[in-house]
Write a protein that binds this ligand. Structure first.
Ligand code: HEM
Length: 428
């Protein structure tokens, strides 16, 4: 759990300046608060924000400066829940909550499912209607509580879901723990930074489900539904999740390399990684909008801000003030691997289209984010989504529905695990 009092220790703002948007890019220092990662963010209301990291558990809280702990926490959480954006940026094409549930024609859905895999055609929205009618409500309740107590849960779960689906399909193989005989997917290098709170969310929801209807709801379905609910909680679009996935019977770290994108890939390589999962360039750019929330550790973008290509400076495609603030925030990253920066420095906790506006202004954090703004195949989509949040939400919705069907297993190709971190049988 988060020690709120610890978070409320004073911290220093070590650098402030105005960029060409209408906010100051601010790096906050960690000096006075042990194990608090510096963050770089856009600041309007003369209030700094900080992020606390606690290793695997990564209990994080975002709190404005110098107010009573409980009221600040409540203020932040209610802001999050009500999906209010920080008032520093011009919102282009914003839409109301009511308009976020995007209706997709059934024929298009069927096409998407059959493209994803034949097993996807066996999935349905009413899959647990008779066997566990309260499943969706139980998951939603658990997930809501978890996100309120630990606001970094949503971004972590979204990334966990993406990684699970891209390695062997959406089958909860990423949830299996390593044991003496097997090094599981989650312990592959690419997955080491997946946050413990994302795993914990699924485990809590599964535990609640097992009390109500034991052995019925798969961990893969729990993760898919939890992710959808969490995206919605951050202000993102609602999308349909078809159910009936079975859980994987295998999970090995060796199966991970080659399946996940990495920040230093070229756009050709990124397109290729997504194409292998039958995801188009449009799907890739829309899904990358997930970087409107969450954060990245300094080691993921250090090569852009420190001595870029041996130049001694930063990547010239980056906004200079942003790069300088990141240099400051990450100065100690080799000694402290927990230091991280928000992916979207404008509205880090809100699922919106600011990510695209950022990358067009040189405020993309990862090299792969900025690359999307430079390549002629992806830039038109970045521009579209930056200008029109409805277009982003529509395409993100379609892409998430497609992603959640990648490599799904049905029938005897999988099982419904009793525990999400273990196969039912030791011999599996
Ligand atoms: C286009 C290629 C992509 C690359 C190269 C990439 C790479 C990364 C990296 C390096 C991080 C930082 C991890 C860390 O330091 O802890 C990250 C974070 C994140 N990624 Fe991606 N990603 C990509 C696409 C996606 C997609 C398709 C999604 C989801 C649909 C996604 C969701 C996220 C989220 C939500 C975070 C923040 C996680 C957190 O706060 O715990 N990413 N990504």
């Amino acid at each position: 759990m988060v020690d709120v009092n610890k978070v409320l220790q004073p911290w220093q703002i070590v650098d402030r300046f105005r960029d060409n948007t209408n906010c100051r890019i601010v790096a906050t220092s960690t000096e006075t608060v042990p194990r608090v990662a510096p963050v770089v963010r856009c600041e309007v209301a003369a209030k700094a924000m900080s992020v606390e990291s606690r290793g695997m558990d990564r209990a994080f809280v975002l709190l404005p400066e110098s107010s009573p702990a409980h009221s600040l926490l409540l203020h932040f959480l209610s802001s999050l829940l009500l999906s209010l954006s920080l008032p520093m940026t011009k919102k282009v094409g914003d839409i109301s909550m009511a308009a976020r549930a995007v209706a997709i024609p059934p024929a298009l859905l069927l096409l998407l499912f059959s493209l994803a895999s034949p097993a996807a055609a066996n999935l349905s929205t009413g899959y647990y209607q008779k066997t566990c009618p309260k499943a969706e409500q139980i998951i939603s309740d658990v997930v809501t509580g978890k996100q309120i107590s630990t606001p970094t849960t949503a971004a972590g779960s979204l990334r966990l879901f993406f990684h699970d689906c891209f390695v062997g399909g959406c089958d909860a193989s990423m949830l299996i723990s390593t044991n003496a005989f097997n090094r599981a997917e989650r312990d592959a290098d690419d997955n080491i930074s997946l946050p413990g709170d994302a795993f914990d969310t699924v485990i809590r929801a599964k535990t609640a489900l097992e009390l109500q209807c034991p052995g019925v709801v798969s961990c893969a379905d729990v993760l898919a539904l939890a992710t959808r609910d969490l995206v919605l909680m951050l202000g993102g679009p609602f999308y349909t999740v078809r159910l009936g996935r079975k859980d994987a019977l295998a999970s090995t770290a060796a199966s991970v390399p080659g399946n996940l994108p990495s920040p230093n890939m070229t756009v050709d390589q990124l397109i290729d990684v997504f194409a292998k999962k039958k995801m188009t360039v449009q799907d890739m750019v829309a899904l990358s909008g997930a970087h409107t929330v969450g954060f990245s550790h300094c080691n993921q973008f250090a090569s852009r801000v420190f001595n870029y290509d041996g130049s001694g400076g930063h990547d010239p495609t980056m906004n200079s003030e942003y790069a300088a603030a990141l240099q400051q925030a990450c100065a100690n990253y080799e000694k402290d691997s927990t230091i991280a920066a928000f992916n979207d420095l404008m509205t880090p906790g809100k699922f919106d289209n600011l990510y695209y506006q950022n990358v067009l202004r040189g405020l993309g954090l990862l090299a792969s984010d900025s690359a999307l703004a430079a390549d002629k195949r992806t830039r038109p989509l970045v521009e579209l989504y930056a200008a029109n949040q409805t277009a982003f939400f529509n395409d993100f919705t379609k892409a998430m529905e497609k992603l959640s069907l990648v490599g799904v297993k049905t029938g005897r190709k999988g099982e419904v695990r009793r525990r999400c971190d273990e196969f039912n049988s030791l011999s599996t």
